[in-house]
Design a protein around this ligand. Structure first.
Ligand code: 5GP
Ligand code: MN
Length: 338
């Protein structure tokens, strides 16, 4: 982000009354953590701030400071539309295209606010007046920290802000192990701990709070694991019936795809989850090394993301989605079998 943008944002902030912060649909730890980190900062500066998420977010995030103030667009459409309309500044966090906000896309596109995008996904679209996009960053939370640094506001990071930003960096880096984790990530994390993030407690609250239903659903997922040794691919399916039997709640399947990738020799992993009410199959892709799941998801499943972690969807049945996936795989045999 260039210095001129920082000057313009600083000046816009000095005039702004109403600020709205928006994460992507199906918000994860990084999306919610970055929105809440920025929320606390702006609120303490005296602005009226609302975080509006397109839809609900997982239970394992429902302890973050300030999360009780998050508005859910699909549950409160009229009120949220009004807030979007009257916003002076709209920050869009952790996504690269307005289409990732689902039903909020049109109301946001129609808003007259100044738009600021902070995001680490590839190929950002150009709707924002100020775009801070860097796909080498581990997470949007790390970028919010950098953004505060550019605003010369690191000293104003409270324990609440530190907790939110730590959480998103932790979840988006697989607890600091993905390749996006740099020495700079660790420096930011160290500073967040110094500023009051209780690291051990945060890990416990996010990772060690499975419900029994969630643990049993993981058992089902692991039983459904399919492995293609030749193409070094493993995938998991979960049908709506299997989700229902285990009282599925949003976020319960988070991280399941990593079990498929944890197999030795496997380079490419996927999980296919049936969403009967939306009539789609939601897919998560993961890879080791140089196989780009971002390109794979873009080319075949209306999706995208990062090189080693991406997502997409399919309008086919669960069974036919898996058939499609298996029929595409051989096209990638050269990249996958080496
Ligand atoms: P996850 O599999 O954890 O839902 O998402 C992995 C990454 O892919 C995240 O960075 C997420 O934002 C991105 N992603 C997930 N689903 C989609 C999608 O449908 N479209 C696009 N463009 N990106 C997605
Ligand atoms: Mn992210």
């Amino acid at each position: 982000m260039i210095e001129q943008s920082i000057l313009e944002i600083t000046s816009a902030l000095s005039r702004a009354n109403n600020i709205v912060i928006v994460p992507h649909k199906g918000p994860d730890g990084d999306a919610i953590g970055s929105c809440l980190g920025l929320y606390h900062f702006l609120k303490e500066k005296g602005h009226t701030v609302n975080v509006i998420a397109p839809n609900d977010y997982p239970d394992f995030l429902k302890w973050l400071p300030g999360q009780e103030d998050i508005l859910i667009y699909e549950k409160d459409v009229e009120n949220c539309k009004e807030l979007i309309n009257s916003a002076d500044i709209i920050f869009t966090l952790d996504f690269n295209s307005l289409s990732r906000t689902g039903d909020m896309e049109q109301p946001i596109a129609d808003a007259e606010a100044i738009f600021v995008m902070i995001d680490h996904h590839l190929e950002p679209s150009d709707y924002a007046h100020h775009t801070y996009s860097d796909s080498t960053m581990s997470s949007t939370c790390q970028m919010v920290y950098q953004f505060l640094k550019k605003l010369r506001a690191v000293k104003h990071i409270t324990p609440q802000i530190a907790t939110c930003l730590y959480t998103g960096i932790m979840t988006d880096t697989g607890s600091f192990r993905f390749r996006s984790t740099t020495s700079e990530t660790h420096k930011v994390i160290a500073d967040l701990i110094d500023k009051g993030a209780d690291n051990s407690l945060i890990h416990e609250k996010v990772y060690d709070t499975y419900s029994q239903n969630r643990m049993r659903l993981l058992g089902v997922a692991l039983r459904n694991l399919e492995v293609n040794e030749t193409l070094r691919t493993a995938y998991i399916t979960l049908s709506q019936e299997e989700l229902d039997k285990n009282n599925f709640r949003k976020g319960d399947t988070e991280g399941f795809v990593n079990y498929a990738l944890a197999l030795g020799g496997i380079k490419f992993a996927a999980i296919f989850i049936e969403h009967k009410t939306d009539g789609i199959v939601k897919i998560s892709f993961r890879s080791k090394g140089s196989f780009s799941v971002n390109e794979f998801a873009r080319a075949h499943f209306e999706g995208g993301g990062h090189m080693n972690a991406a997502g997409g969807k399919s309008d086919l049945s669960l069974e036919n989605t898996v058939i499609k996936f298996n029929s595409i795989l051989p096209e990638y045999s050269e990249q996958l079998s080496i």
